[in-house]
Design a protein around this ligand. Structure first.
Ligand SMILES: CC(=O)N[C@H]1[C@@H](OP(=O)(O)O)O[C@H](CO)[C@@H](O)[C@@H]1O
Ligand SMILES: [Mg+2]
Length: 549
């Protein structure tokens, strides 16, 4: 039996060095494992085991492991697995990750592992390949060591350590490593340098003939985005001068502290460090701690008021621009564009897209849901309101573009621009840097500043609040998380509150990354949105305390 070849002795002694902390339960959720960094060594050891199983299951294709806790505080850390095409781990394997992470002892761990091999029909004789990286968090170093120990104990030959890198770069790397040689030539060299080069080349081509943009302020959240940007920026500085701020990666406590995409989205204001340098009319963007998320903003030239250009605004900008290019290329009957959002998308953005004839789908929160839904279109634009997202071009679409015989120079140019966008936009996962380069291209082509971009629609005032509850798993939803099915009777009470507000919309869902329930509300006025959120939050809290059960 294949499992008899499991290197039990090596595993057993290696595992003893990474005992599971007692009294902690780990869950592989929306963003993989995520908790305090110093509790995660045993989990990383075990992720190493699972990565090897996953690679063997998929005939030795390269699997990725990213160690990061994204926008969370510096003391947190986390890890997620990346599947061969650069997408998130197949959802059916998440339970195996959770099971392995929670085995209390080495012998229990070995029992789980020996059970998984026949259950998942893994052929132990297959090779395994793994590539991994981490963000700038200090705990990352020990976690890498634990991961390597797990990989080594499973006999994984020469896993590739990318060192400190961004989440999207790791995804790019995984995808590229699994391509056949011919496809890899088109895709780009699977290395960090290859990625930077690919972005710079595509950006330069797309900006050809456009006047150099005014400087863009980029808040790097004092995270790994600063490291990546320092490599890219010199290659494009003639076309896009970048003023990077919040680039302090040596002081761990600075990471995501009073800066970054989450700060801006949550507080609806620029980080203090940006405020210092930002003038009316300037555009700025903020990345998160692992550079897979970006939001833009500016100060209104008239009144100096802060205006956020979030993931929804990026999605509408991209979908509109790409839709126009498809038309100009003469391919609008062939290539279908769709936009994928979550329930958190502002109602105005959904309405705007629909008015412009773009199909919109709503899916549950989390990039993996958006990504899979976007893959169903020729060109699928997906963004979460908080700035995670990308634009996917299907393989068939790329073939169509390559084979297209344009009937005019204008058609030719539009087709070439679309092909360059395929290179500029990360096809594996959203990348804050690639996304802001895409936005910059679109603004340059349209000769727009942030004000013109912002004019498409006006966001409905909205509010997002957290409610701490005794058991968030008691909250179950349907209809892409827009409606509660449990606790029974709660949905009707939410409806009754929502109906009191003009343009009211509210929904309640358990977070997949934090121990809380989130309440989102929007309404026609600021006061209305705040009041609606407060009333629904109180209702949820009362339910949770048992008062209303
Ligand atoms: C409202 C919100 O912003 N939710 C975030 C957050 O998920 P929750 O399941 O809501 O905790 O973290 C996810 C992973 O980073 C991200 O994909 C998602 O958009
Ligand atoms: Mg992130």
């Amino acid at each position: 039996m294949a499992s008899s070849q499991l290197p039990v002795h090596a595993l057993s002694s290696a595992s003893d060095k990474y005992p599971k902390p007692q009294g902690v339960a780990f869950t592989y959720g929306t963003a993989g494992f995520r908790t305090k960094g110093d509790t995660l060594e045993s989990t990383l050891f075990r992720i190493g085991l699972l990565a090897v199983l996953r690679s063997k299951k998929l005939n030795g294709q390269t699997i990725g492991v990213m160690i990061t806790a994204s926008h969370n505080p510096a003391i947190d850390n986390g890890a997620k697995l990346v599947d061969p095409r650069g997408e998130m781990l197949d959802a059916s394997w998440e339970q195996h990750a959770t099971l392995l992470a929670n085995a209390e002892t080495t012998s229990e761990l070995l029992k789980v592992l020996t059970g998984l091999i026949p259950e998942l029909k893994i052929d132990w004789t297959k090779p395994s390949r793994v590539v991994f990286g981490r963000d700038t968090r200090p705990s990352g170093e020990a976690l890498v060591k634990a991961l390597k120990a797990g990989l080594e104990a499973m006999g994984c030959h020469a896993p590739l350590d990318m060192g400190i890198t961004t989440t999207p770069c790791l995804h790019y790397m995984v995808k590229g490593s699994n391509l056949k040689q011919e496809a890899q030539i088109k895709y780009g060299v699977p290395s960090e340098q290859g990625y930077v080069q690919k972005l710079a080349t595509a950006f330069t081509k797309l900006m050809k003939g456009k006047s150099p943009a005014s400087p863009l302020i980029v808040d790097c959240a004092n995270g790994v985005g600063a490291v990546a940007l320092a490599k890219l920026s010199p290659l494009i500085s003639d076309i896009l001068p970048i003023r990077s701020i919040c680039t302090n990666t040596s002081d761990a406590s600075a990471l995501n502290h009073s800066c970054g995409a989450d700060y801006v989205k949550t507080n609806q204001k620029p980080p203090p460090a940006v405020q210092e340098v930002m003038e009316k009319g300037h555009r700025a963007c903020s990345l998160d701690g692992d550079a897979d998320r970006v939001v833009y903003y500016y100060l209104n030239p008239d009144d100096g008021k802060f205006r956020l250009l979030d993931g929804d605004k990026i999605a509408t900008l991209a979908a509109g621009f790409i839709g126009d290019l498809v038309k100009q290329a003469g391919l609008s009957d062939t290539l279908k564009i769709g936009v994928v959002q979550t329930a958190y998308a502002n109602g105005s953005s959904t309405q705007y897209l629909q008015h412009n004839g773009l199909p919109v789908r709503c899916v549950p929160t989390g990039v993996k849901h958006l990504h899979h839904a976007a893959e169903r279109y020729n060109i699928g634009v997906y963004f979460e309101a908080n700035g995670h997202g990308t634009v996917l071009f299907s393989e068939e679409t790329i073939d169509i573009l390559n084979a297209h015989e344009p009937r005019s120079p204008a058609q030719e140019t539009a087709t070439q621009h679309l092909l360059c966008l395929v290179d500029l936009i990360n096809q594996a996962v959203g990348d804050a840097i690639s996304d802001f380069l895409m936005v910059e291209v679109i603004l340059a082509h349209k000769r727009w500043g942030p004000v013109e971009w912002d004019q498409g629609y006006e966001d409905l005032p909205n509010r997002l609040v957290k409610v701490n509850v005794t058991d968030r798993f008691a909250f179950k939803t349907q209809d892409a998380e827009r409606r509660l099915v449990e606790p029974k009777g709660l949905a009707e009470r939410v409806d009754a509150i929502v109906n009191k507000f003009e343009k009211g919309r509210s929904f309640v869902r358990p977070s997949g990354t934090e121990d809380c329930v989130r309440v989102y509300a929007e309404a026609s006025t600021r006061v209305g949105a705040d009041e609606l959120a407060a009333q629904v939050a109180t209702l949820v809290s009362d339910f949770s305390n048992g008062d209303l059960f």
